[in-house]
Every structure is written in structure tokens, then in C-alpha cells.
Ligand binder design. Sequence first.
Ligand SMILES: Cc1cc2nc3c(=O)[nH]c(=O)nc-3n(C[C@H](O)[C@H](O)[C@H](O)COP(=O)(O)OP(=O)(O)OC[C@H]3O[C@@H](n4cnc5c(N)ncnc54)[C@H](O)[C@@H]3O)c2cc1C
Ligand code: FES
Length: 264
Amino acid sequence: MVNEVASVISNYEIASNYWQAILKAPEISRMAKPGQFINILPIKNWPKMMRRPMSIASNEHENISIIYKVVGEGTQYISDWKEGSKVDIIGPLGNTWPEFNDEYPILIGGGVGIAPILYLQDKFSSEGIKHHLIMGAKTGSEHFLEHSPDDGLLLTTDDGTIGIKGTVIRALEAIFHTPSDIRNYRICACGPSPMLNAIKQFASDYSIECFVALETMMACGFGICQGCSIEREQNSDAGSSYRKKYSLACIDGPVFQTNEIKNC
Ligand SMILES: Cc1cc2nc3c(=O)[nH]c(=O)nc-3n(C[C@H](O)[C@H](O)[C@H](O)COP(=O)(O)OP(=O)(O)OC[C@H]3O[C@@H](n4cnc5c(N)ncnc54)[C@H](O)[C@@H]3O)c2cc1C
Ligand code: FES
């Protein structure tokens, strides 16, 4: 983990209130792995305690990118970053997705939860590993990918304006109801908690391995403040040890296997 002053290469809206910023950050780029995130100071004299965490969405030639929605003051400032401006970031933070051997990846992103999924997808694409990618959004104007079922890319919208009507679970059902020889699926997902909990349930019902990247509220981002605790599934030898009952999303995660944690 380093504290780096990055240069803004570009920063623009790629779909309705979905923004992408590309940052030249050679040090973080050199160390980063899919699933990891950065903690951002949105402006130089940011008066708030908490930086703003964002998943790394891509990593190429010393440049990393983030994909974000403007939801409050910090992300409003981030959307105002101009090409060439300098920004203070800490990273890479957190863990990474598990290694894949012969498991078949189904990657799922809900809203801006697509960010750490796209970084993982880049890895599979560059290694020629076949996979499915599902992205869910409320409506068509929030999508910046193409619905392309023949290429394993399924988009869903709540209102049916693009792709499959309904949630990402509909797309998962479509995959599982299509005859196939594949037996060893593994799901990797990131998005809002209700979506992740529905995927956790689906994976449990179908006995599929499932990993999620959580976007739990956090402050320091590296294990100091204890502000990002996640309740673990109870095991019989948990006793009274706090660390056996709780994990920290920032250092033990953000990626967790769903059967390790109570809720997403
Ligand atoms: C590991 C991680 C990765 C993330 N990756 C992305 C990403 O790739 N793209 C993206 O758009 N968002 C991501 N988020 C959420 C993002 O950090 C918040 O949207 C952002 O901090 C909001 O800041 P704000 O000042 O604009 O909003 P605020 O005005 O502070 O709050 C608006 C809402 O944002 C949420 N929020 C605020 N601060 C945090 C925080 N420190 N951590 C989590 N949620 C917060 C709260 O739900 C709040 O209601 C991620 C969060 C985490 C923990
Ligand atoms: S955010 Fe401070 S311990 Fe996790």
C-alpha cells in the first residue's frame, strides 16, 4: 500500500450518472490486483475524516480506472476532476479474488458494483478463459456495455428497456436452465447488498461456490478504525474471540466467500 499523487488522464460520464476516471498512478498500478480498491481524497483540503473508497476497474500501462456514481459531496468533487489535475490516493487496499483453476467463472456486477468485476474480466479475457458476465441496472440508460448473449454477456434492467427484464437472478436462471456440460461454476459478484444476498441464496440453493466483493461503509481502509466489521458465520470454536466472530471488510475483504459471512 502506498500514498500516491495520481494524475487525471480523463474523467467523463459513460452512462446516465455512471462516470469513469482514468488515473496515472504507476506505483499503485504496479501492485494492484483485481478486487482491490483505492481510498481517495476527493479534493486537496477535504475537511472530512473519511476518504472515499473506490474499486479499481482496470489497470493497464501505469493507469488505473474507477467507475463511480455521484451520490454525495465526495463523488461530486471527483466528477469535477479535470484532465491533468493531481489527486491524492492510497492503495492498493484489500484482498483479491481467489485463484481459478478449472472453475467456470460467472461474473456479476450490479450498478457501479461492475467496477471490480470488469478488472477481473480483463484478466480472464487476456488469459483466454471462457466466462459469463452479467451486469444489472435499473434502466437502459445506465448501461455502457452491449447485451450480447452469444458472447456470454447478459445485461438486465428492472424495467426491461435493455436485455433481460428483471434482476441479475433472472440472467443467472437463464444460464442454469440452458443445457450445458459445465458442472464447476463459480460466481464472483459485486453490487448492492440485496443483490448480493439474493446471489448468496441462489448459490447456496444450487451448491455453487460464490465470492462477493463488499462495499461496506469504511473509514481508514487499512485495519485501524474497526469501522467496517462484518459478522462471520458462527463456527463452533468461535468462543469469545472478536476476530473469529467478525472480519474487517477493508483488510480481510472486500472479497469474501459467501459461506464465510452472515450477510452481504
Ligand atoms: C471497498 C469499496 C469499494 C467501492 N467501490 C465503489 C465503486 O467502484 N464505485 C462507486 O461508485 N462507489 C464505490 N463504493 C462506494 C463509495 O465509496 C461511496 O459511494 C462514496 O464514498 C460516497 O461518497 P460521497 O461523499 O459522494 O457520498 P456521502 O455524501 O458521504 O454519502 C452518500 C452515500 O454513500 C455511501 N457512503 C458514504 N461514504 C462511504 C464510505 N466511506 N464507504 C462506503 N459507502 C459510503 C453511503 O451509503 C451514503 O448514504 C465503494 C465502497 C467501498 C467500501
Ligand atoms: S475501514 Fe478502518 S478498519 Fe476497516
